[in-house]
Design a protein around this ligand. Structure first.
Ligand code: CUA
Length: 330
């Protein structure tokens, strides 16, 4: 079975140079610097080992005697490797501290890993949830973002290669990692710890906005928290109305939340803004009427063993109405 990938995520996670070597922010920059130092170091060590091997096989007796001497073993078997490892340990420790310590001016978020999607919460300075979303993070350019990471089932790993390091999400524990984007754009993220059969289909996107634009986005989200969705225009739309009614009848509301309505389920992704998301199914499909219909009707054939049942008994008109309602949730 071929797995369709949303173009934005595919683009964000592919290309040359590979995302890990193409940092777009200060935190990923430090990781990339360390990566280049490690690549240079192992290249040097590989060349040295090859040279030593050549001497051992073909060198003169004198060179071979020197290579087998105590000095070489002491220096290259003990002192140099210990020194290199200590320097790397110190460097890594300082780097991780810089990526995990809160300074106070950061945007705060919490992301929790689920089989196979991401719960996203935007927090105030005290850590209280202001508004929620799923599978998509919106951040302002140039400002560090602290992401608290938890898991609601098994171990996942949060990774946005162009914006930061990689951090495990462990049940019962809160880990922390900072991200920052220096340019507006869409950045791809991916679960980086095997968490089940559809692990590779557990993606997400980070959308970085210019600060003023991000503030407008944020204000709209906060305003939308209390207000009823779908104002007059959408309510007048029969198909959307029918979809909204079906959403309750079919049982969607048991697992999904739509802010401002009676749908307050928490075990599945928050759908308050599903119509405005770039991707569907946690980063794997473009978000449009057709993919919405396909996902609702039979998400199991798209992402096997995800926790949403397939609704194969729904008629085409019903699927269409549900998808129309989803599209109206901006
Ligand atoms: Cu979640 Cu792999």
């Amino acid at each position: 079975m071929s797995q369709p990938i949303s173009s934005s995520l595919a683009e964000a996670l592919s290309g040359w140079p590979p995302p890990v070597l193409d940092p777009h922010g200060p935190f990923s920059n430090t990781v990339t610097t360390l990566a280049w130092v490690l690549i240079a170091l192992f290249t040097l060590i590989f060349v040295l080992v090859c040279a030593a091997l050549w001497v051992a096989l073909y060198g003169s007796d004198e060179l071979r005697a020197r290579l087998g001497g105590e000095g070489v073993v002491k220096w290259f078997g003990l002192i140099v490797p210990s020194g290199v490892l200590l320097v790397l340990l110190a460097w890594g420790t300082v780097m991780v501290a810089g990526m995990t310590t809160i300074q106070g001016d950061e945007l705060r978020m919490r992301v929790s890993g689920n089989i196979y999607w991401w719960r996203v919460s935007y927090l105030d300075a005290a850590g209280k949830e202001l508004h929620a979303d799923a599978n998509e993070l919106h951040i302002p350019v140039g400002r560090p973002v602290v992401v608290d990471m938890v898991s609601e089932d098994v171990i996942h790993s949060f990774w946005v290669p162009k914006l930061g390091g990689k951090m495990d999400m462990i049940p019962g524990r809160t880990n922390r990692l900072k991200l920052q984007a220096d340019q507006a754009g869409v950045y791809g993220g991916q679960c980086a710890e095997f968490c089940g059969g559809a692990h590779s289909l557990m993606g997400f996107v980070v959308v970085a906005h210019e600060p003023a634009e991000w503030q407008r986005w944020r204000d709209a989200r906060l305003a939308r928290q209390q207000a009823q969705p779908a104002p007059a225009a959408a309510a007048a739309h029969d198909e959307v109305q029918r979809g909204r009614q079906l959403f309750g009848e079919v049982g969607c509301a048991a697992c999904h939340r739509v802010a401002g309505t009676t749908a307050q389920g928490l075990s599945g992704p928050d759908l308050t803004h599903v119509g405005s998301r770039q991707s569907l199914g946690a980063g794997i499909l473009p978000n449009n009427r057709g993919t919405l219909i396909g996902w609702i009707g039979d998400s199991q054939s798209i992402k096997p063993n995800n926790r949403m049942p397939a609704y194969r008994s729904l008629q085409a008109a019903e699927l269409n109405a549900l998808a129309a309602y989803m599209e109206s949730l901006k």
